[in-house]
Design a binder for this molecule. Structure first.
Ligand SMILES: *Cc1c(COP(=O)(O)O)cnc(C)c1O
Length: 366
């Protein structure tokens, strides 16, 4: 029987490891509210991500919503439309106006040459995305933010484990959000985190994820409930032990794809910033150029599907084309539109075999 190949498959640690690690939870009956596993995971993640501080959350989206609240942003926020809808939702659900800036056609991150023209007296922050683990032009974004006194919060949901100029990616900007959703390179089933510098932001985040409660008798902020529970934290501790192996496997897969697909006319991949010192091989996006190869992205998507290969049009449609945002678009996002129309992300997870990749590539070549 033909084996179906899906775009992703959640990473799981060996069953026995998880079972033995959750034993403690039965001893203590401590299931959530910043327990031992939670605190241990925060500590280990600071080391792993090479960042000074980490605050854990029930998912990446709530982490982003609450860090925006913690910084007290106002008015307009410059962001990218080429992302998962969560980025825009987090801005809008804070009562802020997203101002969409186009992306560059090289690595699909925010086009830094277009940011300054979008800044008004209402702008309070820039929220760029390290899309596919490709690092934004963090130096130029830093320069612009300093010049105009803006906060920078990175959506680093795709960038767990990535390093830029030999430093953890979470060190850039005022804060970075990581997602630990099941489909990401590192998962806690559902989960997320904020890496941050400023201790006072850490205190705010701690309260905001627990209803704004300061102590038994004081509630000082309109918070939410966004705490990470002990079972998720345990999954994180177990997966973290195997993270280096996961990346090694992904790297092998990435290289097989690259050698199989390099030189096929009309198929190209984004070119990440050369200063990335560690990649995470989180996705394998390819751009289909119909004018050269004679067929379009949707045709390739269907052909793969007919062959039991389930790729993903990621990101399509563009955020600015969803019903809830269609009327808000204020700028020209030509590059983002063009890439969304022609992009396809191929299956990428650590359980793929060499044979799987060869099969996928042979369908593309055909
Ligand atoms: C996954 C993802 C999120 C949301 O993270 P969750 O943990 O699923 O809430 C936000 N932004 C981007 C770019 C993502 O890929």
């Amino acid at each position: 029987m033909r084996k179906e190949i899906y775009v992703t498959r959640a990473t799981l640690p060996p069953y026995e490891e998880y079972i033995s690690e959750i034993r403690d939870i039965w001893d203590t009956h401590w299931l959530t509210n910043m327990g031992t596993k939670h605190n241990e995971l925060e500590k280990q993640l600071c080391r792993r991500l090479d960042v000074p501080n980490i605050s854990l959350f029930c998912n990446g989206h709530m982490a982003l919503e609450l860090v925006i609240q913690a910084f007290g942003l106002t008015g307009e926020v410059i962001t990218t439309p080429y992302t998962f809808v969560s980025t825009t939702h987090a801005i809008v659900r804070n009562g802020l106006t997203p101002v969409f800036c186009d992306i560059n056609p090289v690595d699909y991150t925010i086009d830094v040459t277009k940011i300054e023209s979008l800044i008004t007296e209402k702008t309070s922050a820039i929220i760029p995305v390290h899309v596919y683990g490709n690092v934004c032009d963090v130096d130029e974004i830093d320069r612009i933010a300093k010049k105009h006194n803006l906060k920078v919060i990175y959506d680093a949901a795709h960038a767990f484990g990535v390093e830029y100029m030999e430093k953890g990616i979470g060190n850039y900007g005022d804060a970075s959000m990581f997602s630990f959703h099941a489909t990401k390179v590192f998962n806690t089933i559902e989960g997320g985190a904020i890496a941050y510098k400023d201790e006072s932001i850490g205190k705010k985040l701690y309260m905001l994820k627990n209803f704004g409660i300061k102590n038994e008798e004081e509630v000082i902020d309109v918070g939410a409930n966004a705490k990470m529970n002990e079972f998720s934290a345990t999954m994180g501790l177990c997966n973290l032990k195997h993270f280096d192996e996961s990346i090694e496997k992904r790297k092998m897969i990435y290289e097989i794809y690259k050698s199989e697909l390099d030189g096929i006319l009309g198929i190209s991949i984004p070119q990440p910033n050369a200063n990335i010192s560690k990649k995470n091989y989180s996705y394998y996006p390819i751009l289909v150029n119909k004018a050269i190869c004679g067929f379009d992205r949707d045709y390739l998507f269907e052909k793969l599907k007919e062959n039991g290969i389930y790729a993903r049009k990621y990101f399509y449609p563009l955020v600015t084309d969803y019903d809830c945002y269609r009327n808000r678009v204020n700028n020209n996002v030509t590059n983002a539109n063009k890439i969304a129309e022609n992009i396809i992300t191929l299956p990428m997870h650590e359980y793929l075999t060499r044979e799987d990749i060869i099969r996928i590539c042979s369908v593309i070549k055909q």
